[in-house]
Design a binder for this molecule. Sequence first.
Ligand SMILES: Cc1cc2nc3c(=O)[nH]c(=O)nc-3n(C[C@H](O)[C@H](O)[C@H](O)COP(=O)(O)OP(=O)(O)OC[C@H]3O[C@@H](n4cnc5c(N)ncnc54)[C@H](O)[C@@H]3O)c2cc1C
Length: 379
Amino acid sequence: MDFSWTNDQNMLYNTILHSLQKDSGDKEPQHNSFWTRSQWERCGELGLLGLCVPEQYQGRGLGALDTSHAVEAFGRGCTDMGLVFSAAAHLFAATMPIAEYGNEKTKEKFLPGLCSGKLIGANAITEKESGSDVFALKTAAVKDGQSYILMGTKSFVSNGPVADLFVVYALTNPAHGYLGITAFVIEKGTPGLHVGEPLQKIGLTSTPASQLTLDQCRVPLSNRLGQEGQGSQIFKQSMQWERACLFASYLGQMERQLEVSVNYAKTRRQFGKPIGKNQAIAHRLANMKLRLESARLLLYRACWRFDHNEDAMQDISLAKLAISEAAIQGGLDAIRIHGSAGIDVEAGIEVMLRDALPSIIFSGTTEMQQNIIANSLGL
Ligand SMILES: Cc1cc2nc3c(=O)[nH]c(=O)nc-3n(C[C@H](O)[C@H](O)[C@H](O)COP(=O)(O)OP(=O)(O)OC[C@H]3O[C@@H](n4cnc5c(N)ncnc54)[C@H](O)[C@@H]3O)c2cc1C
């Protein structure tokens, strides 16, 4: 494995980073409001919404490692992590299942719009009683001629209030459990599809999220992804993409945590010297750097294995766990180093911790990653 960056990778990273830094320099920071359609379309223009989608459908056709470099630049250049999360969830958990398992008609119909920013995608699997135990879902799909009728409620759908289409998982054969789940694409406006009110969250506040209710919702057979019973496999594959590449955005965020904290440690003076001249502060910064670089290497190795069709399950869980926990620790460290400025909302430091907090829950909690790692050790 060689993780030195090629010219193409450097160019991809720098182009995205500098474009986003320029964009955010042009805008006033927003608090507690959702991102806008024009910001979404800008993500499309920069190629961020279709990084790993095949070029024939207007994606960039990148592998997981290149995609993670681009997503890392996204998380570093864009301080609105809610927008970054929305775009990444759209790409890895809604667009990729269509790209990898959709029939030709479905791919041609949806992928170009999902890549360009014309469409917004969401994925809906979690239910009130099936969170970590995700395949214990109750939403049912019953075949009726050339369509399926879906009934059930999904409890936490990122992008839900603004999505144009949903990748929804439902039971087509309850007796088969895990192998009885099927995935469907459902378009906004389909009769029987009801989107709930936006949920209030501690972090990633600009990502709109809601419940989704399916009440006798009729979906054409052509909108089924893969075969009947293939839903669990489709979801697991989308989680491999998400756990690997979405979390690269938190590497970018950690880079920002470190940059602002080093800068503050050099410029903030107490007792007649910069606070960074105290070993307690300097060592805290050294540990932030250690966690960032260790997590980054874990992620690169995971993406490399994924790209080479090796079994990457353990590596991806190690990377997801390390990055999310490190992002929270880094967020806390940044607040400690900034003192009261770290608590002042206007200074933009505390938001990095709030945006990091959900990362230990979504895409499978820390404990679920530990379970996967333990299983892979034969426990
Ligand atoms: C910001 C955010 C965005 C999300 N977006 C989406 C989305 O777009 N679509 C979607 O479908 N879902 C989404 N989710 C839901 C997410 O996937 C679930 O929250 C997650 O899977 C955990 O489920 P839960 O919240 O029900 O927690 P629970 O499963 O109830 O877990 C509660 C606690 O118990 C622990 N636990 C549970 N089982 C075990 C076990 N076997 N061993 C050890 N510990 C265990 C967990 O680790 C956790 O600490 C999102 C969640 C968040 C926070």
